[in-house]
Design a binder for this molecule. Structure first.
Ligand SMILES: [Cu+2]
Length: 130
């Protein structure tokens, strides 16, 4: 009788211990699953950016100079569609070397060469239309 009680007590203790472990394990599993899932969504958003970000695209555009930032080294162009970049017409700022920001003037209608890395572009050559 005493032996049986002891066994039951031990059994209960083992069950309780098992319950305690089981209660912890799913929490740990959820945590370790959540982390890779979060990391994966992070990777995926990086992957979506990566091809465009790592492979520069050369493109040509046409537009009008709307602003020049000589100090910042930028030129803002109201440009037509650029199929190479799958861009619709828009107004946006590009990086530009001093030779370009010095040569261009606001209001100039221009043809320009672009190097695109992701959504950032640099105007590498610009030619005022007559
Ligand atoms: Cu644009």
């Amino acid at each position: 009788m005493t032996y049986a009680r002891l066994t039951i007590a031990l059994g209960l203790a083992a069950l309780t211990a098992a319950c305690g472990k089981q209660a912890e394990t799913p929490v740990a599993a959820e945590t370790s699953q959540a982390a890779p899932a979060a990391a994966m969504s992070g990777d995926m958003s990086n992957m979506a950016m990566a091809p465009a970000a790592t492979s520069p695209i050369k493109a040509k555009g046409h537009g009008t100079v709307t602003a020049i930032g000589k100090a910042a080294g930028t030129i803002t162009l109201d440009h037509g569609p650029i199929p190479e970049a799958k861009w619709p017409a828009m107004t946006m700022a590009f990086k530009a070397a001093p030779t370009i920001t010095d040569a261009a003037k606001v209001g100039d209608k221009v043809d320009f060469d672009l190097t695109l890395v992701g959504s950032a572009g640099e105007v590498t050559a610009i030619q005022k239309k007559p």
